[in-house]
Design a protein around this ligand. Structure first.
Ligand code: ADP
Length: 302
């Protein structure tokens, strides 16, 4: 795909660490503008992928083109169009919230004092931190710190915003707030790429996504597309204690709820044999389990 909508194209990306760990295996992706979610469990290779994308780490092989720049050859230019919020974002304790943002703004080359002040003020408003601008950054709550993180990534109006596991450790309310903030910043032609191991982060905000498992992309497309592929693969059954043990040993069970004196279970599988099951509509959590299991199957059959 080479249409103007493809902002980032990744071809044949591999990363093998010095210890031999093959963290990314022939990743091919086209990332259009809008919200793009990279979903995968811990150890899937998400941070490796993000660090390569922001030119902090070199891949072992592969090509990345971002808005017409070759990422491996034009690292400086690519950094200029990128905003990055790493997973372990930290501040210097001595900075107040607005001072930190001013510092980030001047680092990105905003030298005019008045312009910088106005950019900082409007960014503080946008991320909902204006009221606490005089508070020391390390005194902010977890969610506020994360919002300050996104503010520093956005201050120079980047075309691509890369956010590694932004909602980890946030309470549900802050998580929703953060997700909404991310989806608000996607303007014309802006790409927001974020990684997560939380399925719920993907469903409400992303128009495109990829599923990464053990360094392999096992699905790419829209969340709706992933749901569609899981149709006819999710089942419901009512089982007794003995059957519950049997069915759990044989199939991935995604929920177990007490039902009268038995259990109502949900199972994700191509087919279920030996139990009386009824097909149900998948949700994204089911689809995630379906693809994860599929990938592991391929893996163990290698
Ligand atoms: P995720 O962000 O999805 O949790 P990572 O990209 O951090 O995954 O890690 C992918 C794999 O690469 C894991 O098996 C991890 O142990 C390994 N890994 C990550 N960083 C290094 C490194 N610097 N050296 C060797 N192996 C690494």
């Amino acid at each position: 795909m080479t249409d103007s909508n493809s902002c980032i194209t990744i071809n044949g990306l591999n990363k093998i660490y010095k210890n031999g760990r093959h963290a990314l295996k022939d990743v091919n992706l086209v990332i259009p503008s809008g919200m793009f979610g990279l979903l995968g469990p811990n150890g899937a290779g998400k941070s490796t992928f993000m660090r390569i994308l922001v030119a902090l780490m070199e891949p072992t092989s592969g090509q990345i083109n971002a808005y017409g720049y070759d990422l491996l050859k034009q690292r400086k230019e690519v950094r200029g169009i990128l905003g990055y919020l790493p997973q372990d974002f930290r501040f210097f304790a001595k900075y107040k919230t607005y001072e930190y943002l001013e510092y980030a703004a001047s680092l990105s080359g905003m030298n005019n004092f008045r312009k910088r002040k106005s950019a900082v003020d409007s960014m503080l408003e946008e991320v909902g931190l204006f009221e606490v601008r005089d508070r020391y950054a390390n005194r902010l709550s977890g969610g506020m710190k994360r919002r300050l993180g996104i503010a520093q990534a956005l201050i120079h109006n980047p075309k691509v915003i890369i956010v590694d596991e932004p909602t980890t450790g946030l309470d549900p309310e802050e998580r929703i707030r953060f997700r909404n903030l991310l989806s608000k910043v996607r303007g014309n032609d802006v790409t927001v790429i974020f990684s997560t191991h939380i399925v719920g982060d993907i469903s409400s905000t992303c128009n495109n996504m990829a599923l990464l498992n053990q360094g392999v992309v096992s699905f790419k497309g829209s969340p709706e597309g992933m749901l569609k592929l899981a149709e006819g693969k999710v089942w419901k059954a009512v089982v007794n204690d003995k059957q519950l043990r049997e069915i759990s040993n044989k199939y991935p069970v995604t929920s177990t709820i007490p039902f009268k004196k038995e259990w109502e279970v949900q199972i994700v599988a191509d087919e279920v044999k030996g139990f009386d099951v009824e097909s149900i509509q998948p949700n994204l959590e089911h689809a995630y389990v379906y693809f994860m299991e599929k990938e592991l199957d391929l893996w163990t059959n290698d």
